[in-house]
Design a protein around this ligand. Structure first.
Ligand SMILES: Cc1cc2nc3c(=O)[nH]c(=O)nc-3n(C[C@H](O)[C@H](O)[C@H](O)COP(=O)(O)OP(=O)(O)OC[C@H]3O[C@@H](n4cnc5c(N)ncnc54)[C@H](O)[C@@H]3O)c2cc1C
Length: 424
């Protein structure tokens, strides 16, 4: 295992593809089982498999699948793909370059120039990343829910549920990358939700949408939340929103509330929007105190998330998915107790500041008068937004080396490799 394979998805287009069955998986011994094939899980699975580890990537959904997301890849997300050697992926998928963000609040609008960023459907992006993981040597099993069960000093049991069938696989380490609100543990989860957090909602509308310009993110800010709209690579319109839960109840559902936000913002209603099948999420701003435990690590949204106004989550997920790899490798050798605290520290270094900035912005968005005034100011002086946009586009991965003491106790050669990988 761990050798590179031809990617069947690249050959066959976006067909469902699993490389193993739950039965076959239960007879194998896995170094790492990765729960969740979003950007975090797939990139981690790929890197670990490329390092020669025996990796099983599991997702409860059948691929390809859409998910609630604004589908905008920021400069940081594109840099993360580039750093993984997948820099041509977005272009190869026909991702649409994004030129500007049209911000609307009340009767004010501002057009802000964007740096390098693109729109790409999650169905396409995530399926390609799964393909990259398979190509790197990982096995993939979709339509299967994975739940972390009992853990000993050396290994961990994971229950796989496909329909009514249940099997158990064993791994030395589990990587929990199940996204926001994922249920990946048999025991009650330790996540905390921020007070007043909004919920997410989204839909992808087929058809032609002439009222929405190519290359523009349309973002409507409203007292009940905010709604982002963007054309995808295949001409569909992605709508994603962060909404006040109480306002959703009062409006009688997600679709009526989003329609009323569009109407209040004088934005034309896209065809079929009211009748489309909307998907909701749990509360968006969540934290997890511990990012590791006996035999497991947590990455991506599962490790913590802040409301998505700045559209950075995919970049965060890909960066943490890759960055956790050296810690997993160290844990395979010496256990999670040794590598886990360093992973928590690294995670804070990578995302702490960005999450704080997002919290500040999401807090400010609760004040409609302030937001309308700010958008009014930006309509005259769009350059004021430049530092924020540059910050969102900047690569998350720093070049600085990890402190030498992180490597204590490891074999000299492994330590050197661990050090090099951690300093991508
Ligand atoms: C409204 C909204 C708009 C957003 N807009 C943007 C944007 O424009 N740009 C951006 O960069 N980010 C955006 N984000 C954030 C982005 O969607 C997430 O940050 C990103 O998808 C996180 O990736 P992940 O790999 O951690 O998890 P996910 O992408 O959520 O993937 C997790 C996977 O785990 C699977 N899973 C969960 N539990 C289990 C289980 N027990 N067993 C097996 N599989 C399981 C799920 O099926 C899923 O496929 C937005 C989010 C929301 C809610």
């Amino acid at each position: 295992m761990g050798g590179q394979r031809t990617c069947p998805m690249a050959r066959q287009g976006l067909a469902r593809y699993a490389t193993t069955t739950a039965d076959a998986a239960s007879r194998a011994t896995w170094d790492v089982v990765v729960i969740g094939a979003g950007p975090a899980g797939s990139l981690a699975a790929r890197e670990l498999a490329r390092d020669g580890r025996r990796v099983l990537l599991v997702d409860r959904n059948t691929f390809p699948r859409d998910k609630v997301c604004g589908c905008c890849l920021s400069g940081a997300a594109l840099n993360a793909l580039d750093a993984a050697g997948l820099g041509s992926l977005a272009d190869a998928c026909g991702a649409r370059p994004l030129r500007s963000l049209r911000l609307t609040a009340g009767n004010r609008s501002a057009d802000l120039a964007l740096g390098k960023s693109v729109s790409l459907s999650r169905a396409r992006l995530d399926t390609e990343l799964v393909g990259a993981a398979i190509h790197g040597g990982a096995d993939f099993l979709d339509n299967t829910r994975a739940i972390v069960g009992s853990r000993t000093q050396d290994e961990c049991e994971i229950e796989l549920k496909t329909g009514s069938d249940r099997t158990t696989v064993t791994a030395r380490i589990v990587l929990v990358a199940g996204g926001l609100g994922a249920r990946a543990f048999a025991e009650p989860d330790e996540r905390q939700t921020a007070v007043g957090s909004r919920i997410g909602a989204g839909v992808v509308l087929p058809g032609t949408h002439r009222n929405f310009s190519d290359g523009v993110i349309h973002m409507l800010c409203h007292r009940s939340g905010y709604v982002g709209m963007v054309l995808l690579e295949d001409g569909r319109l992605d709508i994603a929103a962060a909404l006040d839960g109480l306002a959703v109840k009062r409006a009688g559902g997600i679709a009526p509330l989003v329609c009323s936000i569009l109407q209040d913002s004088k934005c034309p209603l896209p065809a079929d929007m009211e009748t489309a099948e909307w998907h909701g999420t749990t509360k968006l701003t969540q934290y997890r105190a511990a990012l590791y435990g006996n035999r497991y690590f947590v990455v991506g949204d599962a490790a913590g998330y802040v409301e998505p106004f700045t559209g950075e989550g995919i970049g965060w997920a890909m960066t943490t998915g890759r960055s956790v790899v050296p810690y997993v490798i160290k844990a395979l050798q010496e256990g999670t107790e040794c590598a886990g605290p360093w992973w928590e520290k690294r995670h804070r270094e990578l995302l702490g500041q960005r999450m704080r900035m997002c919290r500040l912005i999401s807090g400010a968005l609760r004040y409609p008068k302030f937001v309308t005034a700010a958008v009014g100011l930006l309509s005259f002086m769009p350059g004021l937004a430049k530092p924020f946009i540059n910050a969102i586009d900047a690569s998350l991965q720093r070049d600085d080396k990890l402190p030498r003491r992180e490597l204590r106790g490891g074999d000299e050669q492994d330590a050197a490799r661990f050090h090099d990988q951690a300093a991508w």
